[in-house]
Write a protein that binds this ligand. Structure first.
Ligand SMILES: [Zn+2]
Length: 387
């Protein structure tokens, strides 16, 4: 399931292989986000050629539109979007809670049973429960399924966060129970033999999706620890850290990682949800995180903000890269590629001046070329971190 290949001597960085039924994934890994069944502006073949192994689909969006009945007619999400590789799906909870934060309490009601909400587009009522979330993710054919959790906003009172931790644990139990009823119990956990320096493969062939728990607890060290311990007692194939990058000052990332990571087992993958900037990814990998997803490379590409390597000395400071705002006038007559050392399709074939022009006149090709380059930057960063 998760084979740890190498640990860095100076940091807590881990290089491993995550065995998923649709293919093995080298970790640390970055997942491009295919929110509604596509990474915006890219075809799956392009994603593959950029070096993406695993993509993230959003349960909330796919459940509302087009709905699982239509996706099931193509087999599952793999068939529907023509992506044969592994897919991780979130639980849908994060989008529902964000909807509540954006629209006020009117559209979203949370109870111990689940979350009731109205589709902001057509007003239709939905009820997302732990069981429903698993049912949808199974119908989507997800290879890594996330439990439903309650992600409190930032800032939130200690009392609010404490309640969210208790509910997250209760929902995690509900998710696991339903998951096991549908797909059978966990296979025996592959244990790593030999200890440090002599790790040997001893894993079981995976033919079912994996189920990950999500640690909550906000910025409170003891609540993070409590959440992690309660999830460990339930037992999952991997552990995610949620409730980060929700608007809290970035200094709290260290507090959260320091509280949670020492409690997590070495032989299970660790996923930091929704993060982050390149230097944050380097810092989190050095702390022992294996998996990431983030909208930054794709969203910023669509706004003309392009990432370039400045130095191969990766660090937890942002000195190893720079960003170009390609819409700036200074690029109008710049016929260099975005990054002369980048091997991506965009940098091999197009100039900054051409990209600048495409953005200025609103050509859709600008989105595709910029997304290709930024994803290549992020995926290249992960390749460097795996070395
Ligand atoms: Zn490039």
């Amino acid at each position: 399931m998760f084979e740890l290949i190498k640990k860095d001597k100076k940091t807590k960085r881990r290089v491993g292989i995550l065995e998923i039924r649709n293919g093995d994934i080298n970790t640390p890994v970055f997942m491009p986000i295919a929110t509604k069944g596509a990474v915006k502006s890219l075809a799956p073949e392009e994603l593959k050629s950029l070096g993406a192994d695993l993509v993230l689909g959003n349960t909330y969006h796919l459940w509302l539109r087009p709905g699982t009945e239509i996706i099931k007619k193509a087999g599952d999400l793999h068939g529907f979007m023509n992506w044969p590789g592994p897919i991780l799906t979130d639980s849908g909870g994060y989008q529902v809670f964000s909807l509540g934060a954006k629209t006020g309490a009117g559209l979203v009601k949370i109870s111990d049973k689940g979350v009731e909400f109205r589709d902001p587009i057509d007003g239709k009522k939905y009820f997302l429960t732990p069981e429903k979330s698993i049912e949808i993710q199974l119908a989507l054919g997800s290879d890594i399924i996330m439990v439903l959790d309650e992600c409190p906003p930032y800032p939130a009172s200690r009392e609010q966060v404490e309640k969210a931790v208790a509910r997250t644990t209760a929902w995690a139990k509900g998710c696991k129970k339903y998951f096991e009823k549908k797909v059978g119990p966990n296979p025996p956990t592959p244990l790593l033999k030999g200890g440090e320096g002599g790790l040997k493969k001893n894993s079981v062939k995976i033919n079912r999706p994996l189920l990950f728990g999500i640690v909550q607890g906000g910025i409170y060290k003891d609540l993070r620890e409590r959440s992690a311990r309660e999830l460990l007692a339930i037992g999952f194939d991997g552990y995610a850290i949620g409730g980060v990058a929700v608007g809290e000052p970035r200094k709290y990332l260290k507090t959260v990682l320091d509280a949670v990571l020492p409690l997590l087992p070495q032989d299970k993958p660790r996923y930091l949800m929704g993060l982050g900037r390149p230097e944050e990814i380097v810092a989190a990998v050095n702390a022992g995180i294996d998996m990431f997803d983030c909208v930054i490379p794709t969203r910023e590409a669509r706004h003309g903000k392009l990432y370039c390597v400045k130095s191969r000395q990766l660090s937890a400071k942002n000195s190893f890269y720079e960003t170009l705002q390609i819409t700036n006038a200074k690029f109008a007559k710049d016929f260099l590629p975005i990054d002369k050392n980048c091997a991506c399709y965009t940098c091999q074939n197009y100039s900054r001046a051409y990209l600048h022009h495409l953005f200025k006149v609103g050509e859709p090709l600008s989105l595709r070329l910029a997304t290709i380059h930024n994803l290549r930057f992020y995926l290249g960063l992960m390749e460097e971190l795996r070395k």
